[in-house]
Design a protein. Structure first.
Length: 447
């Protein structure tokens, strides 16, 4: 029986969020309905993430709860987990949709209703351009554009490479078209995302839009860093909007550092730089198979901050990686005190089955917890100290969403500002005065 109401739940990164928007768009376009209530849904979709073990466990519990509560409803497990955990997920009424097959969602639903589903048809690896497709944005004023799939890295702790495959850069022409479509649909904030934005164009074979996936013989160029070129074209698009450039790994930022800094001077781009550090110890970075040093990281931050003084720096740390000594951790803590990041994402190391690091001796959980707490305590001090600098200052913000009786807005350097007002400011650029602060946001009033 053909389902009518489809429920979608999403876990994971910005790209996954965009993938679910596309799933919803394709489903709605076909005449089916999207519901937020699993009770009335005829079919359930869980779009999964597998970056961290706690997230994986959480998703597993969610899936098995759904199986228990809705034993007769088909459940599609989409995204990263099916690629590497298919054996664990196979159950009656569960159907797998790999990360390279999101555009096949309607085909899969049809196969399920016809009882003709074959798993291998939806788990094979192929290049899939997730651009210029129907979508239902989670936040209407934000348009998410993926610029590539996969990566060139071989980090010893990461399983994403096994899931996403080698780097596949999307055609510039299609990326620009996707962004223009979002702007025409009312988006005022554009998120550029991928596994590592700075690798864009580094594929062995890079396809221009006019050739398409099936015509691989028409190759425009080989392995060239094309992010600066792409960003300049994006920023030249007509309209009043802002761009958030997502995560970039240090080793891939270095070769284009000066070009990126010049791009960040454009008024349309948020002064927000997400460069993951992972550890303050060169020994641990080497064990992680990260292709940069602490000195490389400091060079990037130093040059950026010199020319973009109001830069918001976001970085990531993994604590208790195998063989991390107390001295290694202290080096990380000292480096965080030195660079004072505006955003710090701290993760305790979790062994991901299938990765080289998972075979190493693990550091006791209590030590991992203690180190994570110490880092977060230091970050709280840094955050409070930095937020004080905004008090009583006036600035322009973009209002992108509303939550209960507060508007959510961003400063030009991507600081979150909450504004309380009875008037409609959604989608507008307004001037505010910062009158308060919390750990993760500022409080503003319209002036």
């Amino acid at each position: 029986m053909q389902p009518r109401f489809i429920y979608i739940e999403t876990f994971g990164c910005t790209a996954n969020q965009n993938n679910s928007e596309i799933l919803a768009g394709l489903i709605r376009q076909s005449g089916l309905e999207i519901t937020t209530n699993p009770d009335i849904a005829d079919l359930l979709i869980i779009n999964t993430c597998i970056v961290k073990s706690p997230t994986e466990k959480k998703i597993e519990r969610k899936v098995f709860d759904l199986l228990k509560n809705y034993p007769d409803k088909p459940i599609i497990i989409a995204g990263c987990m099916p690629e590497v955990r298919a054996e664990k997920l196979r159950r009656k009424n569960i159907y797998l949709l790999g990360t390279h097959h999101f555009k096949d969602i309607l085909k899969l639903i049809k196969k399920i209703s016809e009882n003709s589903y074959e798993e291998k048809e939806f788990l094979s690896e192929k290049n899939e351009i997730k651009l210029c497709l129907p979508k239902i944005p989670e936040i209407k004023k934000i348009g998410i554009t993926q610029i590539s799939e996969g990566c060139n890295g071989f980090c010893s702790f990461c399983i994403v490479r096994l899931v996403k495959g080698k780097l596949f850069s999307y055609p510039q022409e299609k990326i620009l078209e996707n962004i223009e479509n979002d702007l025409k649909s009312g988006a005022k904030e554009i998120w550029i995302t991928s596994q590592d934005n700075a690798t864009y164009g580094l594929d062995e074979r890079f396809h221009e839009a006019k050739y398409g996936i099936e015509s691989a013989s028409g190759v425009a160029s080989k392995g060239k860093r094309k992010l600066p070129e792409l960003m300049r074209k994006i920023l030249q698009l007509k309209g009043k909007f802002r761009v958030r450039l997502g995560m970039m790994n240090p080793e891939n930022v270095l070769p284009i550092l000066n070009e990126l800094i010049e791009i960040y001077k454009n008024e349309k781009i948020y002064k927000f730089l997400h460069v993951p550090l992972q550890s303050g110890s060169n020994k641990i970075l080497k064990l992680m198979n990260r292709k940069y040093t602490i000195e490389d990281f400091l060079k990037i931050i130093g040059k950026f901050r010199k020319q973009i003084p109001n830069l918001t720096l976001a970085t990531d740390i993994i604590v208790a990686y195998p063989q991390e000594t107390e001295q290694d951790f202290q080096e990380t803590l000292n480096l965080i005190k030195k660079i004072k990041p505006d955003v710090l994402n701290v993760s305790k190391y979790w062994a991901m089955k299938g990765t080289p690091a998972s075979k190493e001796k693990q550091i006791p959980k209590e030590i991992a917890k203690s180190r994570a707490i110490k880092l977060m305590q230091e970050y709280k001090k840094i955050s409070a100290e930095k937020n004080k600098n905004y008090l009583e200052k006036e600035t322009k913000v973009f209002v992108y969403d509303k939550f209960q009786n507060h508007y959510l807005a961003r400063t030009e350097n991507y600081k979150l500002v909450l504004i309380q007002s009875d008037k409609n400011y959604l989608g507008k650029f307004v001037n505010v005065k910062i009158i308060g602060m919390e750990k993760n946001h500022l409080v503003g009033e319209i002036i």
